[in-house]
Design a protein around this ligand. Structure first.
Ligand SMILES: [Zn+2]
Length: 346
């Protein structure tokens, strides 16, 4: 009896031990694969984007996207998909872009091929789609904007189209050239990570896209500057060298929401000084920059991704915000036509 029960106990012990061993294997395996996944997620974000899509390619694809949506096409075009396809074909270099490249793609789609068929074997399609979406994802879509009505007032009109604005207010002149990557020597030797828009002091500066004011105040390089983050967190817009004494529009402060097309400040020549409110920039201009953020570790690090916005400025010339002097005392300006989009709630 004693021996028998011992044998039984031995059996039970072996079973228990095997279960324990098996479960610890399972636990270890799932831990290991989980770790693997986390490791992959941690490093799988995009590290670099070279943006050189020409204004012409932006305009042509945007027109296809907008007109197909306005005409309620069964399968409307998505301009970012079209651009990502073209980027696969030209290796991400649009310098030699020809309209016929786009026409050939449109012909294929009109013959019944879908973008997913056409791109399923393109190795870098997902990369271009994700990077271009991070840049242009909120430039086109549904929005409402005030328009003048018959009785001298304004009414909101719903539209599908370009809802990003040029950073220089309508009816104000500016000039620029592609100065991205030029060398700068103030402080330390570095490259220029934006586009300088030369204009007159006091020119109202416009928010290109809706977002949250993330940084505002004096910065040794940028002078009076404002940094605005898009709602999806992927774009950080940097507007610098704003006007001495009166850099910002009324009520602009850190943490508030601004709408695309709002007046955020005034063009000036502040910066290149540790001391605040100093005009050390030679030529009045707005420094406009766009940083891409795929992972928060890229925000303030040697791995920041700033893109060349020259072609984007050229593209946005067709959508400018009209302003008027809304406060004669403070000489502040406001937008003339209000704007709404689904990202905003008021
Ligand atoms: Zn600059």
């Amino acid at each position: 009896m004693f021996i028998k029960s011992f044998k039984l106990n031995k059996k039970i012990i072996i079973i228990i031990l095997s279960i324990l061993l098996l479960s610890s294997f399972v636990a270890f395996y799932s831990f290991a694969t989980n770790e693997g996944n986390n490791e992959k997620d941690k490093n799988s974000f995009i590290k670099w984007v070279d943006f050189n899509v020409t204004a012409e390619a932006l305009k042509l694809t945007a027109n296809l996207d907008i007109s197909s949506h306005q005409n309620n096409a069964e399968n409307p075009y998505n301009w970012i998909e079209l651009l990502a396809y073209l980027a696969c074909k030209n290796g991400g270099n649009f310098k030699n872009f020809k309209k016929s490249d786009l026409d050939a793609l449109i012909q294929k789609i009109e013959n019944g091929e879908t973008i997913s068929d056409l791109t399923s074997n393109l190795k870098f399609y997902d990369y271009y789609l994700e990077s271009y979406s991070a840049i242009l994802g909120q430039f086109i879509g549904n929005y409402s904007i005030e328009v003048p009505s018959n009785d001298n007032s304004k009414i909101f009109e719903n539209r599908y189209g370009i809802k990003a604005f040029l950073p220089i207010a309508k009816n104000y002149n500016f000039s620029h050239y592609d100065d991205f990557g030029n060398s700068r020597s103030y402080g330390f030797k570095r490259t220029h990570l934006g586009n300088d828009l030369m204009g007159s002091i006091g020119t109202p500066i416009i928010a290109v896209e809706s977002g949250i004011v993330e940084n505002l105040g004096w910065n040794q390089y940028g002078g009076w500057r404002v940094g605005i983050r898009s709602f999806d967190g992927k774009r950080y817009y940097y507007y610098a060298h704003l006007r001495k004494n009166h850099p910002y529009s009324e009520g602009l402060e850190q943490g508030i929401t601004v709408k695309a097309g709002d007046v955020i400040g005034y063009l000036g020549m502040t910066g290149y000084s540790i001391k605040e409110n100093v005009n050390n920039i030679n030529v009045p201009h707005l420094h406009f920059g766009m940083q891409l953020i795929f992972d928060e570790s890229q925000v303030d690090s040697p791995n920041e991704i700033w893109i060349d916005v020259y072609q984007i400025i050229e593209f946005l010339k067709q959508n400018r915000s009209e302003v008027y002097q809304s406060n004669t005392k403070t000489k502040d300006y406001s937008r003339k036509f209000d704007f709404m989009e689904s990202n905003l709630s008021d």
